[in-house]
Design a protein around this ligand. Structure first.
Ligand SMILES: [Zn+2]
Length: 385
C-alpha cells in the first residue's frame, strides 16, 4: 500500500535562497509548457516534450531531467482537469465554472510543488540529508527531519517521485512509500471501538482514550483564536492561522497514538477491529450546542483513516457496524431505552440492572454487532430449495 511521508528540509540560508528561485523558475516553465499544450491540444507526454523541451532548457534554465518532470507535471494537470470535468466536479457543460476552466491554459502558482525523481534528488538516509537539483546547480547535504517512524519507513520503502513543497516559508519533501501489507488474518474475535467526544475512543476491553485534556487544549486554543481574530490585524490573522495549524497537528498526533495502540492490541490478540459506521455518530451522540462545534471539527474521520491504514498494514481485519442505539442498548438482555443512560457517563439497564461506564458498554455493543455481522458475512452460502 502507498503511504505518503513528509520531511522538513533544513537548508542553510544560501541553499534556501537558491530553492526559493528554483520553484518559481520551474513554474514559469510549467506555465509556458501549459500554453503550448493548450494551444496545440497536445495531451501526450512525448509529443508535448518534443514541442517544448529545447525551449524549457534554454529559456528557463532547467536541466534535462527537471524539464522532463515539468512536462509531465503539465500533462498530469490537464489529465486531472479532464477527469474533474468528466466527473462533473466543475458543473454541467456550459456552466460558468466549467467554461472558465476550459477557456484558458492551466496556470501554476509560483510556489506550486515540483516533482523530483531519483536522478535529480537523492537521499542519504544515514546522514539524513538530500542532494537536490536547483537552478543554481546541485546542492548536496541539505539536512531534513521528520517523525522517527516515518524516517524509518522512508529509508526502507520510498519509491518513485517526491514533491518539493514550499509552505509558510518552510521547505518540505513529500515522498511516496510502497509499504508491504501483511496478509489479513482470520479474527478470533473483535475489539469494539466506541468513538465519542469526551472519550475519543473506548474499546470493548474497557481501554479508554480520553479527550478531556485534549478538550481543554482545544477550548484554550479556540478562545485564543477568537481573541486574535477580534483584533483583525494582519499579524493577528497570521497568528490565528498558525494556531489552527498547531491544533490540527496536535489532533493528528493524538489520533495517530490512539490508532497505533488499538491496532497493536488487535494484532497481539488476533482480533479484528469493529467500528461504528461514521454516519451514525452524529445522530447518536446528540451533542449540546457548544459541543456541536467541537463535533464538527473533531477529526473522527482521521481517527478512522489512521485505524484503517495501520490495520491494513498489520493484516488486522476492520469491520463497520450499524451504530444505532449502541449507547442505549443493554448488552446482556437487549433492553434498549434512552433511560438506560441516565447521564452521559453512566449506563444502567432499567430491566436487568447491568451497570457500567456508558462508553465501555457502547464498545461492547459494537463488538457484539461485529460478531454477528462476521458470521453472516462468512457463513455458509444459503442453498436455494
Ligand atoms: Zn439489561
Amino acid at each position: 500500500m502507498k503511504i505518503v511521508v513528509q520531511v522538513k528540509l533544513l537548508p542553510s540560508p544560501e541553499a534556501a535562497a537558491v530553492l526559493a528561485v528554483t520553484l518559481p523558475a520551474c513554474n514559469r516553465a510549467a506555465d509556458a509548457v501549459s500554453v503550448v499544450a493548450y494551444e496545440t491540444g497536445t495531451t501526450s507526454r512525448n509529443a508535448l516534450q518534443k514541442l517544448v523541451y529545447a525551449r524549457v532548457k534554454a529559456e528557463f534554465g532547467l536541466a534535462a531531467q527537471p524539464a522532463v518532470r515539468t512536462v509531465k507535471k503539465v500533462v498530469d494537470a490537464y489529465a486531472t482537469l479532464r477527469a474533474n470535468i468528466r466527473a462533473g466536479n466543475l458543473g454541467p457543460e456550459g456552466s460558468r465554472r466549467r467554461r472558465r476552466a476550459e477557456s484558458k491554459p492551466v496556470v501554476f502558482r509560483p510556489d506550486a510543488a515540483q516533482p523530483y525523481d531519483d536522478r535529480i534528488l537523492s537521499w542519504q538516509h544515514d546522514a539524513q540529508t538530500v542532494s537536490i537539483w536547483t537552478v543554481g546547480g546541485r546542492i548536496k547535504g541539505i539536512r531534513y527531519t521528520g517523525h522517527p517512524g516515518q524516517l524509518a519507513m522512508l529509508a526502507k520503502y520510498r519509491r518513485g517521485e517526491s514533491d518539493l513543497v514550499h509552505r509558510d516559508g518552510k521547505w518540505f519533501l513529500i515522498a511516496v512509500c510502497e509499504v508491504p501489507e501483511a496478509d489479513r488474518f482470520e479474527p478470533a474475535d473483535w475489539i469494539g471501538v466506541d468513538r465519542g467526544i469526551v472519550n475519543l475512543a473506548t474499546t470493548s476491553d474497557g481501554d479508554n482514550y480520553q479527550g478531556r485534556r485534549l478538550g481543554r487544549y482545544r477550548r484554550r486554543h479556540a478562545a485564543k483564536r477568537a481573541e486574535l481574530q477580534a483584533k483583525q490585524s494582519r499579524s493577528a490573522t497570521r497568528r490565528a492561522k498558525r494556531r489552527a495549524k498547531k491544533e490540527a497537528r496536535h489532533a493528528a498526533h493524538i489520533n495517530h497514538r490512539i490508532s497505533k495502540e488499538i491496532v497493536a492490541v488487535a494484532q497481539r490478540t488476533g482480533r479484528g477491529i469493529a467500528l461504528e459506521e461514521l454516519s451514525g455518530i452524529r445522530d447518536r451522540v446528540r451533542p449540546s450546542r457548544d459541543q456541536r462545534a467541537t463535533l464538527s471539527s473533531w477529526p473522527f474521520h482521521q481517527l478512522e483513516e489512521h485505524l484503517r491504514y495501520k490495520a491494513r498494514r498489520a493484516g488486522v481485519p476492520v469491520i463497520a457496524v450499524d451504530a444505532r442505539y449502541t449507547s442505549q442498548m443493554c448488552p446482556r438482555c437487549g433492553h434498549t431505552a434512552r433511560h438506560n443512560r441516565p447521564t452521559r457517563d453512566a449506563f444502567s439497564c432499567r430491566r436487568c440492572g447491568l451497570a457500567g461506564p456508558a462508553d465501555h458498554v457502547a464498545g461492547v455493543n459494537v463488538r457484539n454487532r461485529a460478531r454477528s455481522a462476521w458470521v453472516l458475512v462468512n457463513g455458509p452460502v444459503p442453498q436455494r430449495a
